[in-house]
Design a protein around this ligand. Structure first.
Ligand SMILES: Nc1ncnc2c1ncn2[C@@H]1O[C@H](COP(=O)(O)OP(=O)(O)OP(=O)(O)O)[C@@H](O)[C@H]1O
Ligand SMILES: [Mg+2]
Length: 265
């Protein structure tokens, strides 16, 4: 679905992404791991149109999408979530879902004036869809809660929920498990697997929790210093000498690699 060819993103003289090439197969849940500062989030930002590349190409289903802005990619079904959740904190959880752009169609003046009944029906349908999403994610009980009051894990689920309000094809998840408790992490993992199997979503998942990666992802791509270092099934990757070396004793084999803070987006 996605092919990245020799992608570079430099910040001044610093090469955050330094000639990365990779493929994300349609229907896969592809993992993206690597030590802090490897360039994972920057790679996501370039693919998702948040940052222009310094050079290189991004192809989606055979079409060159390099440098397209996020809203155009959104309409092509390419969505991303951020390392830190981006909720509208003073709106309810349901309202957060209902206002996902693209989920509603009736917002031009023409429509408001002449098609009130249709809009009412659409709003009802949108609300129903939001409630189905909340049900799917097992957080129906917080539908009327202000999003700002959710726990970290619930906010991550809400981020995932936003991708379900439209017909996503590929979703990029940046550290969806960071700061999330084990139970909610399990729920998030289950939701990802179901979205993949039942709705055909392709995922690319950045995550430092190796249990989570091992359970969900095949293949796993390893980045280090802006380049792709290795790719393969999770079990092979964790045995790979170069990969272990890249983590330099930060504990890849002890499952949980240091979790990070801060988003570069
Ligand atoms: N806007 C920016 N300006 C300058 N340097 C940046 C910028 N964004 C990222 N970097 C640098 O690029 C490198 C890669 O950052 P990036 O956030 O992509 O890493 P990461 O693999 O996502 O790391 P983490 O696992 O800690 O989230 C880091 O050294 C970072 O400091
Ligand atoms: Mg990151």
């Amino acid at each position: 679905m996605i092919q990245v060819h020799d992608l570079h993103r430099h910040f001044g003289g610093f090469r955050a992404v330094d000639g990365a090439s990779l493929t994300i197969e349609t229907g896969s849940i592809t993992g993206l791991i690597g030590p802090n500062g490897a360039g994972k989030s920057t790679l996501f930002n370039v693919i998702a149109g948040v940052l222009p590349p310094t050079s290189g190409r991004v192809i989606m289903d055979g079409e060159d999408i390099t440098g397209l802005p996020p809203h155009q990619l959104f309409h092509k079904g390419l969505l991303r979530t951020f390392q830190l959740a981006h909720e509208f904190s003073s709106m309810t959880v349901r309202e957060n879902l209902m206002m996902v752009p693209g989920a509603q169609t009736g917002e031009t003046l023409w429509n408001t004036w002449f098609q009130r009944a249709r809009i009412r029906n659409e709003e009802r349908a949108l609300r129903q869809k939001a409630d189905e999403v909340l049900d799917f994610l097992t957080i129906s009980h917080v539908a009327d809660e202000k999003a700002g009051n959710l726990s970290g894990g619930q906010k991550k689920l809400l981020e995932l929920g936003r991708t379900m309000m439209v017909d996503a094809k590929i979703v990029f998840l940046d550290e969806v498990g960071a700061g999330v408790n084990r139970t909610l992490l399990g729920t998030i993992g289950d939701a990802i697997v179901r979205l993949n199997r039942e709705r055909g979503y392709t995922f690319c998942v950045i995550e430092h929790d190796m249990d989570f990666i091992g359970r969900l992802c095949d293949p796993v791509i390893v980045m280090a210093a802006g380049k792709v270092l290795a790719e393969g099934p999770a079990a092979h990757i964790m045995e790979n000498e170069a990969v272990i070396e890249a983590y330099l004793g930060t504990g890849l084999k002890n499952k949980v690699v240091e979790t990070t803070t801060g988003d570069t987006a």
